[in-house]
Design a protein around this ligand. Sequence first.
Ligand code: WT7
Length: 651
Amino acid sequence: MPTDDAQAIDALGWEKRTFPPSAAFKRDALVVDTHLYDDAAEDYHGFWARQSADLLAWSKDWSTICEWELPFAKWFVGGQLNVSYNCLDRHVIAGRGAKVAFHFEGEPGDTRTVTYAQLLDETQRFANVLKGLGVTKGDRVNIYLPMIPEAAIAMLACARIGAAHSVVFGGFSAQSLSDRINDAEAKVLVTADGGWRRGEVFPLKPTADEALISTSTVTGVVVVRRGGNEVAMVEGRDHWYHELMDTAAAECPAEPMDSEQLLFLLYTSGTTGKPKGIMHTSGGYLTHVAFTHKYVFDLHADTDVYWCTADVGWVTGHSYIVYGPLANGATQVMYEGVPNHPGNDRIWEIVEKYGVTIFYTAPTAIRTYMKWGPQEPAKHDLSSLRVLGSVGEPINPEAWMWYQEHIGGGTCPIVDTWWQTETGGIMISPLPGATTTKPGSATFPLPGIGAELVDENGARVDAGGGYLTLTQPWPGMLRGIWGDQERYRETYWSRFPGRYFAGDGAKLDDDGYLWLLGRVDDVMNVSGHRISTTEVESALVSHPSVAEAAVVGATDPTTGQAIIAYVTLRGGLEVDAKVLRDHVAHEIGAIAKPKAIYFTPELPKTRSGKIMRRLLRDVAEGRNLGDTSTLADATVVGELQRRAAEEPSPD
Ligand code: WT7
């Protein structure tokens, strides 16, 4: 809601609890002080160069650390490395071939243990398969798979031969898939017959077939057998993965690639316009994700069992299942299915089964577990856990506290990690052995990262609310938008000159802690006060009966916008709307009191778990719904519309 005065967003509530790292955690932590910050503050180019040399194996040294011609960055210019070599070969060469890379857990309960040696073997064979299908360096390969080890294998095989992958989340439609295939002009599509979800096989190949009708660039399709469902194979175009792998040559040497070789495209939908193919390259990206994966999660690769619950179809899966953890030689859990099959404790059963030590998930998932109740994690021994992570949305302080108490046993540090598809890796986060955390704050920019808040006019804000901007290039940053560098400049670099604008609002407290306030498109304007939806949602979630809340501003004749809240209660609880309205007024002030509260068993979310406030605004304003194709569960909105029409507003 841009206005003339220079205040960007009002900062309303302040969370005061603090959690310093415990002495016990500090004893074995990789970082317990500020040395990395000090080092980076002195010279961030030198800092990243030292990290890269320390964490990765380069075949040829770079000549320039960073070339920066705003908005285009190149990192480790002149250097050469192979990303798959860094993720696989060097661990095997160092004698760690028998180390488990993935403990795979299928939804039906089938399991597979994949060692680094096996992962290297399959990756080499599959790289040869791709070559056999005519894929060469610089080509694009589309990947449309369930959460199975072959997804990582296909990605690494592309990296091995210098082809860029474009992974499309398995929940996307035929239309989304064909749009992405066409934009990338992909030569090969890697898919599966189907995968397991909620106890059933969801077909992928039929959707892929439909997508392929309106594409002309794909000449070969590889189909992994997973679901066992019937599929039609097109002669000459479609091939079974296992058949090609049986006859593929076992060796495919990792050819050194230029540091700036395109590693992947990943499409983000954004709220409007056609999806953007975000470009990431090799040397800088791998440095960034290896560094952040090691230090943000305090990874002890020899002993930790790490589990990131994201899907490989999202950037979190790219950076913190495939590239960061494998570059660091980590042992991981990979799980195919939903968290409530067969029971609401499936996640905790898996944590116990594999002795997971580091667990990385999203606030939307945490709030869902809150809704299901603490008896579910209590069924299992979660004492192996030692670090918890959060990503994807602001984590409400109460969800943070619940996570700490019921999952972390009151002792695990929580790292709330802020980043984006565009940033490639984590940008703002605590370091668990060094940072005193506050529930709901992502704390500080990591070493080597520059972040500042600015007001409407681009002037720096040192306390209170503002727009989050990034002030200097970083190794994992996007290299642009595929096929549209003008849109890249326009979208990210035009609003505040010289700064990358992420699209998020944030506030800074008196101790310099950053608190993310959500997308600025979601900021409401109530009687001239710019109020972030996140703050009102957090106030609602701080009431003991509330599990989850979504807040939107709906046009209002007197106040400009009025605050409308959609609330999901914790299992079995009931509460009066008036009680919640008064609670918000008490927590953050009368100005933020919702005008109306609607109770709902579910909130409309995207397939990646973000609340779709745009749809809720449409519902609140009685409009016809726009595009609902990115909705995870389309029935939710119809139900909300029905309630909005039936229930009078409490005011
Ligand atoms: C947007 C990026 C980052 C990988 C998954 C999402 C929001 C992300 C946090 C956090 C508050 C967060 C931002 C950001 N976001 N992490 N820790 N606290 N907000 O990637 O789909 O590109 O979304 O997610 O709004 O801009 P993405």
